[in-house]
Design a binder for this molecule. Structure first.
Ligand code: PEP
Length: 252
């Protein structure tokens, strides 16, 4: 089974309209490797500009950083998956650790978002990962298993097969402390085994599992070379088009 590598930029609350246009202009001057999929996740307010700048049928796809769990209604300040689709989004990040930490989104709440995104035919990028204290106390696999169990409740095998997972150890996000390729591979293999046990071996081979946490042009190659690491979710290093292009180019 060969899964197409996927490199996702999470710009977080960075890059307004002008910076989005400049980024797309810069990245469009380079030829991307044939066998890689690239997704840019700007803030909601830059999504329309991004889609227009990328153009119709673009090889680079647009994604959102979050969504609501209902299609519409009285949820002031929230954004529906249907609106994201109108903006040509194909992907949506769900459960980023910053949503879990600052907005108190837990696994059961995220489960509702996963159902909503999948029903709307958006591809969710479900983020999971342990805190530093959880790793130190030897709880990493328990935490990941709980995030999988509660987050994926009620989803069908074929829906799991179409998802993307992102293992993002919280201690590595924005800290410059990357997990070693061996540590990351160990957790990715655990995630795939967990899917095999709960949904069947065939379905475990299908989803792409990305690594995220201080990925840079220097460490991306060794991480993506691991058997169960199918790409990267990149925060800080995705803000510069030239750094992001270097990370994409390790997939050649
Ligand atoms: C992220 O925001 O998902 C992330 C991994 O950030 P960084 O690459 O900056 O650690």
């Amino acid at each position: 089974m060969t899964r197409t590598p996927l490199i996702v930029a999470n710009w977080k609350m960075n890059h307004g309209l002008d910076e989005t246009i400049k980024f797309v202009a810069e990245i469009s001057r380079s030829t991307l490797p044939d066998k890689v999929e690239v997704v840019l996740c700007p803030p909601y307010t830059s999504l329309h500009t991004l889609s227009v700048a990328l153009g119709e049928g673009a090889t680079i796809k647009a994604g959102a950083q979050n969504c609501h769990f209902e299609i519409k209604g009285a949820y002031t300040g929230e954004v529906s998956v249907e609106f994201l689709k109108e903006l040509s989004c194909e992907y949506v990040i769900i459960g980023h650790s910053e949503r879990r930490q600052y907005f108190k989104e837990d696994n059961k709440f995220l489960n509702k978002k996963l159902h909503c995104a999948i029903e709307a035919k958006l591809i969710p990028i479900y983020c999971i990962g342990e805190l530093e204290s959880e790793r130190e106390s030897g709880d990493t696999f328990n935490v990941i298993a709980r995030q999988m169990q509660e987050g994926l409740a009620g989803l069908a095998k074929d829906q799991i097969g179409e998802m993307v997972f992102a293992y993002e150890p919280v201690w590595a996000i924005g800290t410059g402390k990357t997990a070693t390729p061996e540590i990351a591979q160990e957790v990715h293999a655990f995630i795939r085994k967990w899917i095999a046990t709960n949904f069947g071996t065939l379905y475990a081979e299908l989803p792409r599992i990305l690594y995220g946490g201080s990925v840079t042009p220097d460490n991306a190659g060794a991480l993506i070379a691991q058997r169960d690491i199918d790409g990267a979710l990149v925060g800080g290093a995705s803000l510069s088009a030239s750094n992001f292009l270097k990370i994409i180019s390790v997939c050649r």
